[in-house]
Ligand binder design. Structure first.
Ligand code: CU
Length: 176
């Protein structure tokens, strides 16, 4: 029965995120307090069943402002080795890329706004470190970075936090 309660909560969260902009905190948190219970596996990610489970991940970013993978599936509780390679040729200052894995429940638009203001920290905002599960460096053309991290079960969003990129440069990691 838990799933029935949790799913609407996610739907509300997503629709709020989609609206963007409004800081309207007084919105419809109508239903029950029980929705705050942690059931991370309840979110369903369409298409995840077609993704091979692997804790060794290689992702490319490019000048078209794209990651070459948007759905990842890893084993929870075991180290994930992720390599991001920027295969573009445009300068880092205009088309740099990173990959930030956000913790479940983090508001992406809010985070991205804080990241935009953190140019001197490669768009990894120190004010929001608690929202980050893992991140790579900001990469210029031809550069790559390999990171290792371990996730608990759940659905994580990853983004590139370079200003203006997260809308198209984002994906999901399902840790199961
Ligand atoms: Cu980017």
């Amino acid at each position: 029965m838990k799933r029935l309660f949790v799913f609407p909560a996610i739907a509300i969260a997503l629709s709020l995120a989609a609206c963007g902009g409004s800081d309207n905190k007084a919105t419809t948190t109508t239903t029950e307090e029980s929705t705050t219970a942690e059931t991370p596996a309840a979110e369903t990610v369409p298409g995840i069943e077609n993704v091979e489970l692997s804790n060794t991940i290689s992702i490319e970013s490019n000048d078209q402002m794209k990651f070459d993978k948007e759905l990842l599936r890893v084993k929870a509780g075991e180290p994930v080795e992720l390599t991001l390679k920027n295969v573009g040729t445009l300068p880092k200052e205009s088309m740099g890329h990173n990959l930030i894995v956000l913790k479940p429940g983090v508001d992406i638009a809010t985070f991205a706004g804080e990241a935009t203001a953190a140019a001197d920290a490669d768009y990894v905002p120190k004010t929001s470190l608690s929202s980050i599960a893992a991140h790579t460096k900001l990469l210029g053309p031809g550069e790559e970075d390999k990171i290792s991290f371990t996730l608990e079960k759940g659905v994580y969003t990853f983004i590139c936090s370079f200003p203006g990129h997260y809308g198209v440069m984002q994906g999901k990691i399902v840790a199961e």
